[in-house]
Ligand binder design. Structure first.
Ligand SMILES: C[S@@+](CC[C@H](N)C(=O)[O-])C[C@H]1O[C@@H](n2cnc3c(N)ncnc32)[C@H](O)[C@@H]1O
Length: 125
């Protein structure tokens, strides 16, 4: 445990309701023991993206794509790259991205995240 449970309950009580796709991914991560940033991390990362004025994002390690689909949220138009270890995860990830309507803005790389990052030209700022 990292955060005091009382603080965690308080913070989680402030979060807006999640859309059904994200809520299902949270349940899946819980069931399968997959580490995802969760709804609290989601909100604070999205805030950092907005505050920093990021125009292009590279996500290193996407697991089931939970953070991929909301960074920084469907209404924005920020091109992104994300990485996965396994080819079979690419197919599943592509399905999820299509389902939530953000597939055209996200390029999925398979393999080591640092190698993928080094292979993509331009800056991520
Ligand atoms: C803590 S999880 C975060 C997942 C995702 N960002 C989220 O919050 O929904 C980190 C993920 O990065 C992957 N990972 C770790 N090192 C990696 C690397 N060198 N290249 C690609 N993926 C990596 C892990 O397999 C795992 O799926």
């Amino acid at each position: 445990m990292i955060v005091n449970p009382d603080i965690e309950r308080y913070v989680y009580g402030l979060l807006p309701p999640r859309d059904p796709v994200l809520a299902e991914m949270e349940r899946e991560a819980e069931r399968r023991g997959i580490p995802i940033v969760g709804p609290g991390g989601r909100q604070s990362s999205a805030q950092l993206v907005r505050i920093s004025g990021a125009r292009r994002i590279f996500e290193l390690g996407s697991a089931i794509g939970y953070s991929t689909i909301w960074l920084p949220g469907p209404p924005d138009r920020i091109p992104r790259s994300t990485t996965r270890f396994q080819p079979r995860q690419r197919r599943r990830g592509a399905r999820v991205l299509r389902a939530v309507g953000v597939a055209s803005r996200i390029r999925i790389h398979v393999g080591d995240a640092l190698a993928a990052l080094a292979s993509v030209p331009g800056e991520f700022i």
